[in-house]
Design a protein around this ligand. Structure first.
Ligand code: NAD
Length: 526
């Protein structure tokens, strides 16, 4: 069980330590290299990162602001052409980028390749749609036909972006592109573990035509560099844990700076009584163990109708045991290690705690030091009691709990019994029924007959969390307009819309009459 993968393990020569050190030129940081970066595969240190000092952050924001002032004057078509070039650049560099993502995260090549795909698709989407989403809009004026209101979508200035390590290319570049195309600059603080991916992304963006000062990277530890950034920017785009998100949002709130918060989850997948248990099991394997469960929309809770429970459980456990655990730069390994000691310990603690409180380990449940210090088997739990940490708390590791339910109402109620609200999935033989059930799940997105990719990859549709999973949306027009400020310019007409020269009583009576009349005029005429 859990066959070790046997592929190429030697780091590709293009990502030698010298080359990684050269990437530091892309960082806005004058601090001495002092932050150790270690390989998730071996636990050994392979680089030291410099930290952006407060004056580095100040300079990055000031230079970004100056660059944005020029950039916003360029036509939207000019800016979308750069996005098209970004899509080409990442696709041309696919193999090398994939290897770098693997080097820093330890994830499988397949999981890493998806990041390149995501960036190309997102760049293409906003290249095609940004001009119409950002176009000036004519809205209704107060007096039909005689007055008008125009809405303009202005860039905000400098967007501060704080990103996690789990999808280090996607969650830096795909979120930066709409901010850039809207006319903003971006100053990004990537996660410490994956700063070289962000630095390489900057090289590619600049090659594609993004002015160097328009996209800057301020490396360092979150609690140190994050506040320096948050208090200087015009918008904060944060992706990471709920705990850190709360701190960042509170700080942004002091300056009334708008935010989007893409945070954690405890995502449910419902298998309804009419689902094909075999197909559902295959889908659940992918959605539970992609990137070793270190994916915000990964499944951590499986609610399975009792009619199909046994069949589903057996098929699921069998498929999980076929996962090829290990690390290589080929396509053999399917699941890599956890990112770090902290990630590994959290996973191990959740499993041990559940076991001690009476949970059954259906498969997995053990660390794999024979493969590397942070490897842990994909783990399926049953009978997880409500007082176990893994019952309610996000594990963000390769652990999923199976719960039988007696009907759809129970499945929905238990799926919603959480403070989180990021992603849900429904498996059913009847898609229409699945869509109806989906509307009852309190999450920002739901996938039907698919673990998570259907919702994530639908880049035209908004994506984000409710409750402790965050505020705001990425993707779609919503993911672009969040980086803009809507300005209304309303023009009076030949008829006065204010009370000038009219006695108050008459003015009030006139207002009421106008309100009554307006209700009779169809909106399309206005
Ligand atoms: P994290 O919150 O520890 O770190 C995320 C980023 O925030 C890093 O760059 C970090 O340096 C920075 N940071 C940490 N503390 C900070 C502070 N006090 N002030 C400012 N910045 C700070 O999260 P992580 O461990 O990197 O990522 C895992 C978490 O991210 C999980 O909870 C996962 O669900 C969530 N996540 C959510 C999404 C989403 O789209 N909803 C996507 C990926 C990951």
């Amino acid at each position: 069980m859990f066959v070790p993968a046997v592929g190429r393990v030697v780091t590709p020569s293009e990502w030698s330590q010298d080359r990684l050190a050269a990437l530091h030129d892309q960082l806005t940081a004058t601090g001495e290299p002092s932050i150790p970066v270690e390989s998730p595969v071996t636990g050994t240190e392979y680089a030291q990162l410099p930290t952006a000092t407060e004056s580095d952050v100040e300079a990055a924001v000031a230079d970004g602001r100056a660059a944005a002032a020029e950039w916003r004057e360029r036509s939207v078509e000019d800016r979308t052409a750069v996005l098209d070039a970004v899509a080409d650049a990442v696709l041309d560099d696919r193999e090398s980028l994939t290897s770098l993502v693997q080097r820093e995260t330890g994830k499988s090549r397949r999981d890493a390749a998806e990041e390149v795909f995501d960036v190309a698709v997102t760049a293409g989407y906003y290249a095609d749609t940004a001009a119409s989403t950002l176009a000036d809009e004519r809205r209704q004026g107060v007096i039909p036909l005689l007055t008008r209101a125009d809405v303009h979508h202005h860039p905000l200035g400098v967007v501060g972006m704080i990103a996690p390590w789990n999808y280090p290319l996607t969650l830096v570049v795909s979120d930066a592109l709409p901010a850039l195309v809207a006319g903003n600059a971006v100053v990004c603080k990537p996660a410490e573990a994956t700063t070289h991916v962000a630095a390489r992304a900057k090289e590619l963006l600049v090659e594609a035509g993004v002015p160097a000062d328009l996209f800057q990277i301020v490396p360092g530890r979150g609690p140190e560099v994050g506040p320096n950034l948050v208090e200087r920017v015009d918008y904060v785009s944060f992706t990471g844990s709920t705990a850190a998100g709360r701190e960042v949002a509170a700080l942004a709130g002091e300056n009334l700076v708008p935010v989007s918060m893409e945070l954690g989850g405890k995502n449910p997948l419902l298998v309804l009584d009419d689902a094909d248990p075999e197909a559902a099991a295959q889908g659940a394997v992918r959605s539970s163990f992609a990137n070793a469960g270190q994916l915000c929309i990964t499944t951590e809770r499986l609610f399975v109708h009792e009619d199909v429970y046994d069949e589903f459980r057996d098929a699921f456990v069998e498929a999980v045991e076929e996962i090829r655990l290990g690390f290589d730069y080929d396509w053999r390994a399917e699941m890599g290690p956890l990112l770090s000691q902290a990630q590994f310990e959290k996973t191990r603690d959740h499993v041990d705690d559940a076991r001690e409180r009476g949970a059954t380990v259906l498969t997995g449940g053990e660390p794999r030091p024979d493969l590397g210090p942070y490897f842990h088997e994909p783990t399926v739990l049953a009978d997880v009691p409500t007082d176990a940490t893994a019952h309610d708390t996000e594990t963000f590791g390769p652990v999923v709990a199976l719960y039988p339910v007696s009907d759809t109402d129970e499945a929905v109620a238990r799926a919603n019994d959480t403070e989180y609200g990021l992603h849900g999935a429904v498996w059913t033989g009847d898609e229409e029924r699945g869509r109806a059930v989906a509307r009852r799940i309190d999450t920002g997105t739901v996938s039907i007959n698919e673990g998570y990719a259907a919702a994530w990859a639908a880049v035209d549709a908004p994506m984000g969390g409710r409750g402790d999973s965050g505020v705001g949306r990425r993707h779609g027009p919503e993911g672009l307009l969040r980086y803009t400020d809507a300005q209304t310019v309303a023009t009076g007409g030949p008829v006065p819309v204010g009370p000038e020269g009219v006695p108050d009583r008459l003015w009030a009576a006139g207002l009421s009459t106008v309100a009554r009349l307006l209700r009779k005029v169809p909106r399309w005429i206005r």
